[in-house]
Design a protein around this ligand. Structure first.
Ligand code: ADP
Ligand code: MG
Length: 760
C-alpha cells in the first residue's frame, strides 16, 4: 500500500462513496482537509442535549434517551407511522418514521444514542422526521437498512467509537452524519504515516506545545476536555504561525529591493505648502508626519498603514508626504476606491494646494506641481492627456481609481503610492503599483476603519501601522440615537421633522438605504424571515448558530430602497426640500454632479446607498438617517456617521430599525449609539461576526484559513507567533531547513491565501 500523507486524497483511505459524499457536501477531499475538520463541540455520553436550545430549521445532532414509542396505521395512506419520543428529562422531541416498523424494536424505551436531522414542527410538537440514529452500545447493525459507509466497520470497532465519554460533534450535512465523520477520522488517523511536525521542536518546547500528530488525536478523540484544550492550543498556533511565516517572507522579499530615498528638500514645495496652511497641524499629525518623512528618506521601502478616525486629518498627512516626494523629483499616485472619492480627493488636494497645484497655469507659484485625475470613465481625450502628464512627469500627483493599475499607465518616476481605504485594495494590487517603478515606491495606506491590533498583525501583516489619534479641535459633536420603528413609530416623524428644521438653517441631510431598488431581487425573493413556526422556540440560544445576520432579517419585507424611499419622502415628510439620489449604478458624471451640488448647498437632502461611506466631506452635513440600520455592520455605520459633524454644526445620526430590543441586531445598533470610539466598535464588530468572516471568507463561500484561531481572543498567540516567525524567517527565509513548514505555508497560499491576504 502506498504511504498515506497529509496530501493524499481521501479515496486512498476511505471508500470511494464516502469520499465522494465528503467532497461534495463538505468540500473535504484530502487527508489534510479531514484532519482539519474539527469538532464543533463535544457532548458527553452520559449527558443529554438540552432540547430547549433547539430551533426550528436547525440541522442538529443530539444525545437523547427514548421515553416512549407508539405505532399506528396511517389514516389516509397505507403503512405505519412510528412515533418515538425522546427526551432530555425536561423537554421532549418526537422522532417520526413512516413505514419503518422495525424502529420500535431498535429504539426501545431507555435506549440512548445520537439522533441527527432537521428540526421541524407539527402542531405544538418539535420533531425530527426520519432522523439518522446511532444507538450507544448497539452491536446489531443489521437493523439499520441505510447503506451507511460505516457498515464495513466491524462491531468491535463500533463499540469502541464510544469507549470514550466525550463524543465529538462535527459540522455535518444531510448526506453524512457526525458519527460517520468520526469513524472516517478514526480510519484516517490510523492510516497516516508518521507525519513530520511542521513546527520546529525548539519552538514547540519554548511555547509548551504538543506535537501535531498528538494534537490531531486529542482533538478528534479526546479523553478529556484537557486533551481538547491542549490540542486546540497547538492547532491555533499552527494557524497563526502559517500566516505569520507567510507575512514574514513577504516582508523580507520587500526589503530585498531597496527603495529610492526621497529625503526632505528645504525650501521646496513642502515648505511652501506648510507656510500657507490655514491651520496648525495637530500634535498627532506632526509626529506621524515626522515618522513618515524619515522613512521616505530611507532605502527601505515604507509600507505603512495610517489609521485615524474619520476627520482626523489623514489627507493632510498624506499630502505632505506626497509633497516631500515631489520635492525629491518624483511623483505620487493617490488611489481611491471609487470614482466619486477620486473626484473628491482631486478637489480636496487642489484646494489645499491652491496656487501650488496649478503649475503652468495662470497664478501658479514657484515650485508648483500639477494634480491630475485618471479614472475609467474619462473621455478618450482627457485620458490621453492624463496619461501623458503621468508618463512625462508633469503631474506630481495622479489621483485615480483602479484605472491607475492598468498597464498603459506609466509614471516618469513613481516614488510614493497613497492608498485611501485599504479594504478595497488587496496585496496583489499594491504589488501592481509597486511594479510601475524601477525601485519599489514607498506605500502609505490610509484607513478610517479602526483595525484591532490582532487584525492588523494578520490581515495587514505586511504593513507597519501608525495611529492618528487626535481629531482637530473645533469638530462638532455627533449624537446618535436608535429609532425603533415598531415600538416608537412617532419617533420616525420627528426624525423627518428634524431634517426639515435643519435645512432651514442651511443644514444638510443624508438618508441612507441598504439597497438601490431597481434590481427586483428582493421583490422576487424576500429576505428570509425567522418568524415561521413556534415563537417559543426562536428566542432560544444555540451556540451552533452564528449570531451574525439572524436578527437583521427581523422582517420579511424587502429592505428599504433608495428609489422607493426618495419617492415616499418627496411626496410625504420631506416635500418641498431639494433632494437628489445617489447610488453606485449612476453614471460617474452624474454621481459627481450630485455630490458637488450637495456640497455647494444646492440640495438639502440626499437619499443614498453606502457610496457615501468613505471620505465624502461636506462640513454642513448635519443629519444622517440610516434606514433599516440593522442591515449594516457596526464598522460600516461608524463610517457612515463620520460623514456628518465635520464642520462646526453638531450632527445627529438616527439609526432607524425594526429590530426588536434584545436581539443581537438591536444590540449592535445600541453599541454604535453608545460610543464614538472606533476601536471599541471594531471590537464589537469583530465579536458580532463569526470568526473568520472578518477575512471575507464567508462572503466568498470559500473556507478561511482560520478555523480555531480567534482574532479577538487569541492576541497572545498571534503576537508570539509573529515573533517566532520573524526570527525563523530571518535565519531561513526560504524554509530550506523546515520543509514541513514550507509545505504548510504552500497549502495556505494555494487555496486560502486569496481569502486571507488579498481580500483584506
Ligand atoms: P480624514 O481624511 O482623516 O478623514 P481629512 O484629512 O479629510 O480627515 O480632514 C478633515 C478636515 O479637517 C479637512 O477639512 C481638513 O482640511 C481639516 N483639517 C485637517 N487637519 C487639520 C488641523 N490640524 N486643524 C484643523 N483642521 C484640519
Ligand atoms: Mg479623508
Amino acid at each position: 500500500m502506498v504511504a498515506v500523507t497529509r496530501d493524499s486524497p481521501l479515496r486512498a483511505v476511505l471508500g470511494g462513496k464516502t469520499a465522494t459524499v465528503l467532497a461534495e457536501q463538505l468540500g473535504i477531499s484530502t487527508v489534510d482537509d479531514l484532519l482539519g475538520h474539527y469538532p464543533r463541540r463535544y457532548t458527553e455520553r452520559g449527558q443529554l442535549t438540552d432540547l430547549a436550545a433547539l430551533r426550528v430549521g436547525d440541522e442538529v445532532t443530539i444525545v437523547a434517551e427514548v421515553r416512549s414509542v407508539s405505532q399506528r396505521r396511517m389514516r389516509n395512506k397505507r403503512g405505519t407511522l412510528t412515533d418515538v419520543v425522546v427526551g432530555d428529562g425536561q423537554r421532549s422531541l418526537s422522532l417520526v418514521f413512516f413505514n419503518q416498523p422495525w424502529r420500535a424494536k431498535q429504539l426501545a424505551v431507555g435506549v440512548s444514542g445520537l439522533f441527527a436531522g432537521k428540526i421541524g414542527i407539527r402542531g405544538n410538537q418539535v420533531q425530527l422526521t426520519h432522523p439518522e440514529c446511532e444507538i450507544f452500545g448497539a452491536t446489531d447493525h443489521g437493523l439499520d437498512p441505510d447503506s451507511d459507509p460505516s457498515a464495513s466497520v466491524d462491531d468491535r470497532e463500533r463499540a469502541m467509537t464510544y469507549a470514550s465519554q466525550l463524543i465529538p460533534v462535527y459540522p455535518a450535512s444531510s448526506g453524512i452524519q457526525s458519527w460517520t465523520i468520526a469513524r472516517c477520522l478514526r480510519l484516517v488517523l490510523d492510516a497516516v504515516d508518521a507525519v513530520e511536525d511542521p513546527m520546529p521542536e525548539a519552538m514547540r518546547e519554548r511555547r509548551g506545545l504538543i506535537g501535531l500528530a498528538e494534537a490531531w488525536r486529542k482533538i478528534h478523540q479526546p479523553e478529556s476536555m484537557v486533551d481538547v484544550e491542549l490540542a486546540r492550543l497547538r492547532l491555533k498556533w499552527d494557524e497563526a504561525l502559517t500566516v505569520q511565516v507567510t507575512l514574514a517572507q513577504r516582508r523580507v522579499a520587500q526589503a530585498v529591493n531597496p527603495a529610492y530615498p526621497r529625503a526632505v528638500r528645504e525650501g521646496g514645495l513642502l515648505d511652501a505648502f506648510d507656510a500657507r496652511l490655514p491651520f496648525v497641524l495637530t500634535a498627532g499629525q506632526r509626529i506621524v508626519g515626522a515618522e513618515i518623512s524619515h522613512e521616505l528618506g530611507g532605502h527601505k521601502p515604507m509600507n505603512r498603514l495610517l489609521q485615524g478616525e474619520v476627520g482626523s486629518g489623514k489627507t493632510v498627512v498624506a499630502l505632505r508626504a506626497m509633497l516631500q516626494v515631489i520635492d525629491a523629483g518624483a511623483q505620487a499616485a493617490f488611489l481611491a476606491p471609487t470614482e466619486v472619492l477620486a473626484a473628491q480627493h482631486l478637489r480636496t488636494l487642489r484646494s489645499l494646494l491652491g496656487p501650488l497645484g496649478i503649475a503652468g497655469e495662470f497664478g501658479a507659484e514657484e515650485h508648483a506641481t500639477r494634480v491630475t485625475l485618471l479614472t475609467g470613465s474619462m473621455s478618450a481625450k482627457a485620458r490621453r492627456a492624463a496619461l501623458a502628464e503621468a508618463a512625462g512627469g508633469g503631474a506630481g500627483i495622479v489621483v485615480g481609481t483602479h484605472a491607475l493599475l492598468e498597464e498603459v499607465v506609466q509614471f516618469a518616476d513613481l516614488g510614493l503610492v497613497v492608498i485611501d481605504e485599504q479594504h478595497r485594495f488587496g496585496v496583489e494590487q499594491r504589488d501592481v503599483l509597486r511594479a510601475k517603478s524601477a525601485a519599489p515606491p514607498h506605500v502609505l495606506v490610509l484607513t478610517a476603519t479602526p483595525i484591532p491590533r490582532t487584525v492588523a498583525m494578520t490581515v495587514y501583516g505586511d504593513l507597519e501601522t501608525t495611529i492618528l489619534t487626535e481629531v482637530p479641535a473645533g469638530r462638532a459633536e455627533v449624537s446618535t440615537s436608535v429609532v425603533p420603528m415598531r415600538e416608537k413609530p412617532a419617533w420616525l416623524d420627528r426624525a423627518w421633522a428634524r431634517i426639515v428644521e435643519d435645512s432651514r438653517t442651511g443644514g444638510r441631510a443624508f438618508i441612507v438605504c441598504p439597497r438601490i431598488g431597481d434590481d427586483g431581487e428582493f421583490e422576487k425573493n424576500p429576505a428570509r424571515g425567522v418568524d415561521d413556526g413556534d415563537e417559543s422556540l426562536q428566542h432560544l440560544a444555540d451556540d451552533e448558530q452564528a449570531q451574525g445576520d439572524e436578527g437583521a432579517a427581523a422582517t420579511k419585507r424587502a429592505p428599504m430602497a433608495v428609489l422607493d424611499v426618495a419617492d415616499m419622502l418627496r411626496e410625504g415628510p420631506l416635500a418641498g426640500l431639494r433632494m437628489a439620489i445617489l447610488h453606485g449604478r449612476l453614471p460617474a458624471e452624474e454621481k459627481d454632479t450630485t455630490m458637488q451640488a450637495f456640497a455647494r448647498g444646492d440640495l438639502d437632502a440626499m437619499v443614498t446607498t453606502t457610496v457615501i461611506e468613505v471620505g465624502v466631506d461636506v462640513p454642513e452635513a448635519s443629519v444622517m438617517a440610516v434606514l433599516d440600520a440593522d442591515r449594516f455592520g457596526v464598522s460600516q455605520l461608524h463610517q457612515l456617521r463620520g460623514r456628518i459633524g465635520r464642520g462646526s454644526r453638531p450632527g445627529t445620526c438616527l439609526l432607524i430599525t425594526e429590530a426588536a430590543p434584545g436581539t443581537p441586531a438591536r444590540e449592535r445598533l445600541e453599541a454604535v449609539a453608545a460610543t464614538r470610539d472606533g476601536f471599541e466598535l471594531a471590537r464589537v464588530d469583530l465579536a458580532s461576526r463569526r470568526e473568520g468572516n472578518i477575512l471575507g471568507a464567508a462572503q466568498s463561500g470559500r473556507r478561511s484559513g482560520l478555523r480555531l484561531l480567534s482574532l479577538l481572543n487569541d492576541e497572545a498567540i498571534i503576537t508570539e507567533s509573529r515573533e517566532e516567525a520573524t526570527y525563523l524567517i530571518a535565519l531561513d527565509p526560504d524554509l530550506i531547513e523546515h520543509r514541513a513548514l514550507a509545505d504548510q505555508v504552500a497549502r495556505l497560499s494555494e487555496d486560502e491565501r486569496a481569502d486571507y491576504l488579498d481580500k483584506a
